[in-house]
Write a new protein. Structure first.
Length: 537
């Protein structure tokens, strides 16, 4: 770990504001708080599948501008947890505005949070979310052995024979001492970080604007600090291992082993901390929340444009102006209105259909969780989000692509009957089966999903499907310009269904044999005639 002077730390924090992190992201540890947290009462927890479909991890790496590991875990949980209402955003926006406007305040907060950047900070959550180590059934022997060591030393000057008693006890104690080492190492990094966490929280509370976030935090800090003297020995252990020589370390180890200080201390502290889970989580959440506010402020500062969403009660209305995908460099922005009908997109591969569907999904997620959208203006209802975008054959479970798709869409069908409003995002529905059945099943399913207050965004290559759904779905398309030997995409959303077909033309400009091109053109004309006749019939 490179040592930084205070001046360099200040400079680093100042320069980082508004910029994407240049860090490694270890999601197994970042997710720990989210995976183990009780989410009772929230509106929706984003599923792993939806996160995979919408490239959530990449979104998080872009959004995350936190300073501490605590804040990073807290922000991850925030982004995956859609709240039941937006009441918290009123006070939150006041705090974010103050942090944005007052650079001295912001730097003060970041300097405190910078004390919680060690990897071991990730594991503070284990102190209030995980089961602590339990004493072994034979633990009652440990105090007796410790007392025996003490008495043997005290009586040794009067009765030399106690040397043999001391030697025997010492051998047993050494075995127990090193048996306990693995238990100790499990908490050796975590408990000192809890001490730092409480210290950081106390420093943050010196800012008057933060005191009302959670009025229980000062009391929680005081409760944790009652164990400070015992926990400080863990901090001392870490410092001793790095700051003193081998001879002293050896003497210290023998001393601790003789009186079994480590197991006595460890299980004593864990017993006390077990009664303070709520207090530890209070302090953890307070620090994490403050860091997430600084992160949101930094995110907004670095964006070309953003807006605060308008969450309306009109359950089937979406109004987006110049909305864009935050992960696409120089992304072309688009505007769209949904009023009663759902949305069906047509267009060729790479034209922008799937990216636009993801754009809508990601913006609704960030709007509902961090009150920030990547758009000039975005109005939508509170929605639960479900997706069927990135599907694949699951050979390990012997599931075909089509079967995987069937199960995913079945879940959507079940969710569509709930009282809440839902957003369903689908890319190329039922593309795992033949054309006739794909169009037939697709039309039936999309009509069913588009009931009540549900909103559907779906893409398709099937122009026929667009024609069948034109009364209940607003039709939009993305198109490309094919000229000579080039294909140009403008990524602009256009009203209506796609009229021009360029797939065969793209084969031609990529020098496919003339025989293939001619046969494909002729066959496409024949199929068009069959479709027109069947439609009239």
């Amino acid at each position: 770990m490179v040592f930084e002077t205070k001046k360099k730390i200040r400079q680093r924090l100042i320069e980082s504001f508004g910029n994407v992190k240049n860090d490694s992201f270890y999601f197994d540890t970042i997710e720990k708080y989210f995976r183990n947290k009780d989410h009772t009462g929230v509106f929706q927890i984003l599923s792993d599948k939806t996160c995979n479909d919408l490239d959530f991890n990449e979104l998080f790496m872009f959004v995350d501008r936190t300073t501490s590991k605590i804040g990073q875990q807290f922000l991850y949980n925030t982004l995956r947890t859609i709240p039941s209402n937006g009441e918290k955003f009123i006070e939150q926006e006041k705090l974010i505005q103050k942090i944005t406007d007052d650079s001295n305040l912001r730097l003060y907060l970041q300097l405190q949070l910078d004390n919680l950047t060690r990897e071991s900070s990730y594991f503070i959550t284990t102190l209030f979310q995980d089961e602590h180590l339990k004493k072994p059934k034979w633990f009652f022997i440990i105090p007796l052995l410790s007392f025996s060591s003490l008495m043997s030393i005290l009586l040794l000057p009067f009765t030399p024979q106690f040397f043999f008693v001391l030697l025997g006890v010492m051998i047993i104690n050494l075995g127990i001492h090193y048996w306990n080492k693995q238990n100790l190492y499990e908490y050796l990094g975590t408990i000192p970080q809890l001490l730092i966490l409480t210290r950081v929280a106390k420093k943050l509370l010196k800012c008057k604007i933060l005191k009302e976030i959670n009025e229980d935090v000062p009391e929680s800090i005081s409760s944790i600090e009652k164990v400070r003297s015992h926990m400080s020995l863990f901090k001392l252990e870490v410092e001793v291992q790095t700051d003193v020589g081998t001879a002293f370390l050896t003497f210290l180890e023998l001393f601790k082993a003789l009186f079994l200080l480590e197991p006595l201390l460890l299980f004593g502290v864990l017993k006390q901390l077990d009664t303070k889970r709520r207090e530890i989580e209070n302090v953890y959440s307070f620090v994490g929340y403050v860091d997430s506010l600084v992160s949101i402020s930094s995110l907004r500062h670095g964006l070309k444009s953003f807006c605060l969403p308008q969450i309306e009660n009109n359950h089937k209305t979406i109004d987006a102006t110049e909305i864009y995908h935050p992960l696409i460099i120089n992304c072309v922005s688009n505007s769209i209105q949904v009023d009663g009908n759902s949305i069906l997109l047509t267009g060729s591969n790479m034209s922008g259909k799937t990216s636009f569907i993801r754009t809508i999904g990601l913006n609704i997620i960030t709007g509902l969780t961090i009150n920030t959208c990547f758009a000039k203006q975005f109005c939508f209802p509170r929605l639960k989000i479900f997706s069927a975008i990135r599907l694949s054959d699951n050979l390990m479970n012997d599931k075909s692509y089509y079967f995987e798709e069937v199960l995913t869409i079945k879940e959507m069908i079940e969710k569509s009957q709930s009282k809440e409003s839902n957003l369903f995002l689908l890319d190329e529905i039922f593309k795992g089966t033949n054309t006739i059945e794909r169009i037939s099943a697709g039309r039936a399913v999309l009509s069913y999903l588009n009931n009540k207050s549900n909103i559907v965004f779906v893409s398709t290559h099937d122009i026929e499907l667009a024609e069948l759904l034109k009364d209940t779905y607003n039709l939009y398309h993305f198109s490309e310009q094919v000229e000579d030997k080039t294909v140009d995409f403008d990524f602009k959303l256009k009203e209506g269904k796609l009229k021009n077909r360029n797939a065969i033309k793209i084969l031609e400009i990529n020098d496919y044999p003339e025989q293939i091109i001619a046969e494909a053109i002729e066959l496409s004309k024949e199929l068009d005639k069959i479709y027109v006749v069947s439609k009239r019939g």
